[in-house]
Design a protein around this ligand. Structure first.
Ligand SMILES: [Zn+2]
Ligand SMILES: [Zn+2]
Length: 334
């Protein structure tokens, strides 16, 4: 069994090749981290039609979700912590070792953590990280375990789980059936969507408004408008106003980017609902290949033709854009 390295290389050319490739792989990973840092700093991914660095690395470079996350995490962290960058460039810490400590590493604890990350197993270093930041010890994860079911892993504050159990008790009591945690979460989530999702809300409001139109048409034809109908219409209007004012909704303020405009008429709630229905709460930017931006948060409503140039608040002149694409749009206009 005593074999020198030379014998191994001769006897196992496959092993030799694998060693060579592994070395290349590590070198390329380091080069990628360095180049991603430069791309991040210059923001050129925006000029290339990508809303974020993540979108660029995953879609533009075609790397997997998890590889993209670790490359970006390690790139950004090693900008802030030079010692981490040095360890990576010198090859004393691999990218996969580095990514385990990015959530907690600082310039103060860098030396100790890097030394530990080099020698400890994944489980051991996870424990070390959890000691510094209990939340980071269990990274949030949603993973498909069948075609229609997802396993969700996350750590929660004790108080949240106590309240969740409380809602579970209440729901069992209310429905007089056994209600597991999944059912409890479903009830809470549906309740939130009904109350606060601007897309759902716009669907309801626009449906009510269309009924109102049908009703009032019917009434005009029959010439028999009753007080009940009038009340109902009024209520719909009141609800309509209340809903749009109180809820977290797509930001329609559209300030800052238009310093020249002082007098701006607010977009009516009806038009705002129509925009939400049409755009479904998602950025409408399409890249040169025609693929639509996937962002469904940090959204603005943009005027295709600026108010200053005679644009108005009509549905056709309004479009939902994410912050990044909104900014890009204004940069390309100026
Ligand atoms: Zn705009
Ligand atoms: Zn976008």
């Amino acid at each position: 069994m005593d074999k020198s390295n030379k014998d191994l290389f001769t006897d196992y050319p496959l092993h030799n090749k694998a060693l060579e490739l592994a070395k290349d792989f590590k070198r390329i990973e380091i080069e990628l981290v360095e180049i991603i840092q430069k791309i991040d700093a210059s923001k050129i991914f925006r000029k290339l039609d990508f809303a974020s660095l993540y979108e660029y690395v995953s879609q533009g470079l075609g790397l997997s979700e998890s590889v993209s996350y670790s490359l970006i995490n390690v790139s950004r962290k090693s900008m802030a912590v030079p010692e981490l960058k040095l360890a990576i460039v010198q090859g004393s810490l691999s990218i996969s070792q580095a990514k385990r400590i990015t959530s907690v590493i600082t310039n103060v604890n860098a030396s100790t953590l890097i030394a530990k990350a080099r020698v400890m197993t994944q489980k051991e270093i996870e424990k070390e990280v959890a000691k510094i930041n209990p939340k980071a010890g269990v990274p949030e994860r949603a993973r498909y375990i069948s075609e229609t079911r997802v396993e969700l892993r996350l750590s929660l504050k004790e108080e949240i789980i106590k309240n969740l159990r409380r809602i579970q008790d209440l729901e069992c009591q209310r429905t007089k059936t056994t209600c597991d945690l999944e059912k409890t979460l479903e009830v809470i989530i549906n309740d939130y969507i009904q109350k606060h999702d601007p897309v759902k809300k716009s669907e309801k409001v626009l449906h009510k408004l269309s009924l109102r139109t049908v009703n009032s048409n019917a009434n005009t034809k029959a010439d028999s408008g009753t007080n009940d109908d009038a009340n109902e219409n009024q209520q719909t209007q009141i609800q309509n106003t209340k809903m749009t004012e109180n809820s977290p909704r797509i930001n329609i303020k559209h300030e800052g980017s238009h310093p020249k405009i002082n007098q701006r008429v607010a977009i009516s709630s009806e038009i705002n609902h129509q925009v939400n229905q049409r755009d479904q709460g998602q950025c409408c930017y399409k890249n040169s290949q025609g693929a639509r931006c996937l962002n469904r948060r940090w959204l603005d409503v943009h005027h295709r033709k600026p108010i200053a140039n005679g644009g108005d608040n009509s549905l056709a002149n309004l479009i939902t854009l994410c912050k990044a694409h909104h900014q890009l749009q204004h940069e390309s206009e100026s």
